[in-house]
Design a protein around this ligand. Structure first.
Ligand code: ZN
Length: 307
């Protein structure tokens, strides 16, 4: 029997996406469920299992056709232990040995990792980071996540917790951060801070989409705000680039939709701030795979993990 399909799962604070992919990572079928419809941890786990079984059945497949299940989670995950430490935006998750639980319920190989690392895998194998050996992939949103590719491989670190670029300290006496520390990059360029700053400037509620639209139409206040975000970002990236001598930085996630004004400003600051050898050639690129990166990366994790 040939195992020609992989199940990819992308769990977010808003949606649970369950996809059926072939071995070339093309998405054959997809189910999207609101994460909020599951109140408890056990319900969510059951929801994941039911959805996987449904997708397999509706496509006239059998479990024997499935190579494995890959999952991306919005929080710290120990890839090797198959352990979800906690999920900041989904209550009730603490030190869950999910790999074991799902393996027992599904009788399929299971792989899980943090969503930013999963996205980094996807962008490196098939997206904007393809062909580069040393890359930082970032997701810019409510949280700032990251994955580091060194020598073409995902770098996981001692506790499989490397890549937390959002918690890179950029200010010794800075703003307090969701992680419990202060002065982190995320405290300056996470969604909620950008929206707060925009509210102050415009004296009204304004969404990130509006802010991007205004900037693209030449609104000076909006441009100033995005340039400021770019400055913080470029400053943090200068440190990363000096340390790791990267070929490229790939940025995805909602905030990256601000486009050129943000990327240009980040690049300017990075080049001013970084050492000349490291700063000169590094490319700053926009992620290519968009919202499908999570499903694709999850499938890559399964296929590469099975080799
Ligand atoms: Zn932090």
């Amino acid at each position: 029997m040939h195992k020609n399909y992989i199940i990819g799962i992308d769990l977010g604070g808003t949606n649970l996406k369950v996809g059926l992919l072939d071995l070339k990572y093309s998405i054959k079928d997809k189910e999207i469920i609101s994460t909020k419809s599951f109140l408890e941890k056990e319900e969510l786990i059951c929801g994941i299992v039911h959805s996987i079984n449904r997708v397999i059945k509706y496509n006239n497949l059998d479990k024997t056709d499935i190579l494995g299940v890959g999952l991306g989670f919005p929080g710290p995950v120990d890839f090797k232990a198959g352990l979800v430490h906690f999920l900041p935006n989904i209550p009730g998750w603490k030190e869950v040995r999910l790999k074991e639980v799902l393996k027992n319920k599904l009788s399929l190989p299971v792989f899980l990792d943090n969503d930013a690392k999963v996205m980094s895998l996807a962008e490196h194998r098939l997206g904007a980071a393809k062909g580069f050996n040393n890359v930082l992939c970032m997701t810019l949103g409510t949280g700032i996540g990251g994955g580091i590719i060194i020598g073409g491989k995902l770098y996981r670190g001692f506790n499989n917790a490397a890549g937390e670029v959002g918690h890179l300290p950029i200010n010794e006496r800075g703003l307090s951060c969701n992680c419990g520390s202060y002065g982190c990059l995320e405290a300056y360029i996470g969604n909620s801070r950008i929206i707060k700053n925009a509210h102050k400037e415009f004296r009204r509620d304004i969404t990130l989409e509006d802010l991007s639209l205004l900037a693209s139409k030449g609104n000076r206040l909006a441009i100033k705000l995005w340039r400021n975000v770019g400055k913080h970002l470029g400053f943090a990236l200068a440190g990363v680039v000096n340390l790791l001598n990267l070929d490229a930085v790939v940025m995805g996630g909602g905030v990256s939709n601000a486009g050129r004004v943000l990327f240009d400003s980040a690049k300017e600051t990075l080049q001013e701030q970084a050492m000349s050898v490291q700063g000169k050639h590094v490319k700053i690129l926009r992620a290519k795979l968009g919202s499908e990166a999570g499903l694709i990366g999850a499938a890559i994790m399964v296929k590469e993990g099975q080799r």
